[in-house]
Design a protein around this ligand. Structure first.
Ligand code: NI
Length: 327
């Protein structure tokens, strides 16, 4: 009896020590698990699938050999500049708000047209205008994290970057009623490593853009319109800023003309759900270098190239997010 007690005491003690170790790490990740399952891609679940057929399919005999055949699951895509979709779907995004006057005005324009948009919110503005955030969500739009006060994240320490994202994640979760699943770094500046980290920690997909209205720069409604109309294609993610009155001034016409062209507006997460990878075209591998600045090289490279003239050079792959974009 005494032995039993002693043994049970020791096991309990061991368990406590063993379980105590991971604990310190847990608090940092507590947010992420909550967000991860909401990721639309559900790719984390993929590894589990191969196991099911094995058990369901045949009796015990075949089971042991079955699990090997499935190829390694495709890596989760943690970042998008645009999507490949089978219809005229696009996502229009508005950054840096909410703004006390301009955002409600924009919401009314969107409501009148039945358009769903995506808002990348700055944490300190969320704290200032929580009611507008609630209205955005209530009216069916998507909200994403755009840092706390819009710094260049490439210039901050890892701790400060985490703080920028985490504070904003928390305030959006609080005001919007659910954690955001998408993140847009200010200026599009976020390394590949950081994108993977943000995905692992908060379940974020990093969203850049392929159509840059440059609205923050020229503050000209006519230019906003001409850039957007000339560079938007199916699958495009359009960058605008709802903190500028001139951007909102441009919107009725921009939205109406995009609708007239047959485009259908969806939120970024909806667009991502429709995305399918395009099989590599074997014929023109050299051209893909220029036509495929896609997710990878974009960010940092663009952040450095400070050319204004590059706004709309290529009509198909509008890599206008270049450096200039305010994001
Ligand atoms: Ni921004």
């Amino acid at each position: 009896m005494l032995r039993l007690l002693a043994f049970s005491f020791l096991s309990t003690a061991f368990c406590f020590t063993a379980c105590a170790d991971p604990a310190p790490a847990a608090p940092t990740t507590t947010v992420a698990p909550a967000a991860a399952p909401t990721t639309p891609e559900t790719k984390p679940a993929a590894p589990a699938e191969p196991a099911k057929p094995a058990t369901a399919e045949t009796p015990a005999a075949a089971a042991p050999t079955q699990p090997t055949p499935p190829a390694a699951p495709a890596p989760v895509k943690v970042s998008y500049n645009r999507c490949n979709v089978d219809g005229p779907y696009i996502a229009i995004t508005f950054d840096d708000g909410p703004h006390g006057a301009n955002t409600p005005r924009l919401l009314e324009m969107l409501r009148q047209r039945g358009i769903k948009a995506t808002f990348f919110l700055v944490g300190e503005c969320v704290a200032e205008y929580p009611e507008i955030v609630k209205q955005i969500v209530k009216e069916g739009h998507e909200v994403g994290n755009h840092s706390w006060n819009h710094p260049n994240l490439l210039k901050l320490s890892a701790e400060k970057v985490e703080d920028q994202i985490d504070r904003t994640h928390n305030v959006i979760t609080q005001e919007a009623g659910a954690p955001p699943t998408i993140f847009r770094p200010p200026y599009g500046n976020f390394t590949e490593k950081q994108r993977q980290w943000a995905h692992d920690k908060w379940g974020y997909t990093t969203i850049i853009w392929d159509v840059d209205s440059l609205d923050w720069k020229h503050r000209n409604p006519a230019k906003t319109e001409s850039i957007i109309l000339s560079t938007t294609h199916a699958g495009s993610i359009i960058l605008c800023h709802d903190i500028h009155k001139t951007t909102i001034d441009a919107m009725p016409s921009v939205l109406d003309k995009l609708l007239a062209k047959g485009f259908k507006f969806v939120t970024v997460s909806e667009l991502i759900k429709m995305n399918h990878e395009v099989p590599p075209t074997p014929k023109a591998p050299k051209k893909t270098l220029t036509a495929k600045p896609e997710a990878k090289s974009e960010d940092v490279a663009k952040a450095k190239s400070t050319d204004k003239s590059k706004v709309a050079p290529q009509k198909k792959t509008t890599t206008s997010s270049k450096k200039t974009a305010k994001g």
